[in-house]
Design a protein around this ligand. Sequence first.
Ligand code: AMP
Ligand code: MG
Length: 336
Amino acid sequence: MRTEILAVDRENPGEGPIRRAAGIIRGGGLVVFPTETVYGLGADALSPEAVRKIFQAKGRPADNPLIVHVEDKEAAALVGQLDERSRRLMDLFWPGPLTLVIRAAGGIPKEVTGGLDTVAVRMPAHPVAISLIKSSGVPIAAPSANRSGRPSPTTAGAVLEDLKGRVELILDAGPTAVGVESTVLDVTGDHPVLLRPGGVSLEDLDEAAGPVLLPTGSEGEGRSPGTRYRHYAPSLPVILVEAGKARTERPHLPGQGARVAYVGMSPPPAGVMAVACFTSVEEYAKGLFSALRELERSGAEVILAELPMREGVGLAVRDRLARAASGAEGPLDHWP
Ligand code: AMP
Ligand code: MG
């Protein structure tokens, strides 16, 4: 399959590219489209055959459910059951990087939910994504547009690296703004449960609908199947160091004289051969996945990664780094 890339303006996507992309979605095909978090690999969420193509293209385990992208709250109400709390959260944080796990409506294919009775739903804050959903006339199921286990793509170039020849069309609107995926919040119980930290902070959710609970160990694994798998992994080993400790604490590096690349916010330790340094935690989140992809091409043997503080989007950056560093599949043994 030939993969076509169409450049689109974020604010003014234009009718031509959107109509073409929507035609592919309605025809049961796959389209990669930009959101404010990362690029998504989209298909008609109401078509089991179309959704199965997503899993094939990504090499994604079939029991890892997908996020359904909708154009607004009313469309979300057709996908699952809303209550007063979920409506309030939508009013406060939509459009934006908050995914809500709610009771699924009948008619949502089990391919989307991984066989669960819940569904994850979100309204992205990106004019191209919203135009595509509206023009398609169906909700769009979309995971991140990377091969399973690779860092999520924040540019069309990163999508091509992973999915060239596996998808018909990529809508390219430039680098994404948030850079890490959406926050996933389960609102089916008495208290909301944070299944994945992301673009909306735990502090803001706590204030709006707290207390927000953190899943621990096997409970988290059962509730959010995606957290079972190794994610966001570059092809090099990643070694973590706490904020501000990269220079002083001699990290345990495999082998003497290893070629080391560094990603973080503090100045890099001496002698590293490639550096990605960010001036704020928001920039860190925005640039993290591209940095991981770049550093793995640098000729380094190991990536030294500085964990930001557990504040704001820092929690999501810590989570992604911890997953990149965990060599084996399986749940993280502690909240990072
Ligand atoms: P991705 O689309 O690749 O960013 O991953 C979507 C995330 O949402 C994964 O971590 C999934 O496990 C999670 N998710 C999707 N649907 C559900 C659901 N019904 N219940 C719990 N977690 C879900
Ligand atoms: Mg993903």
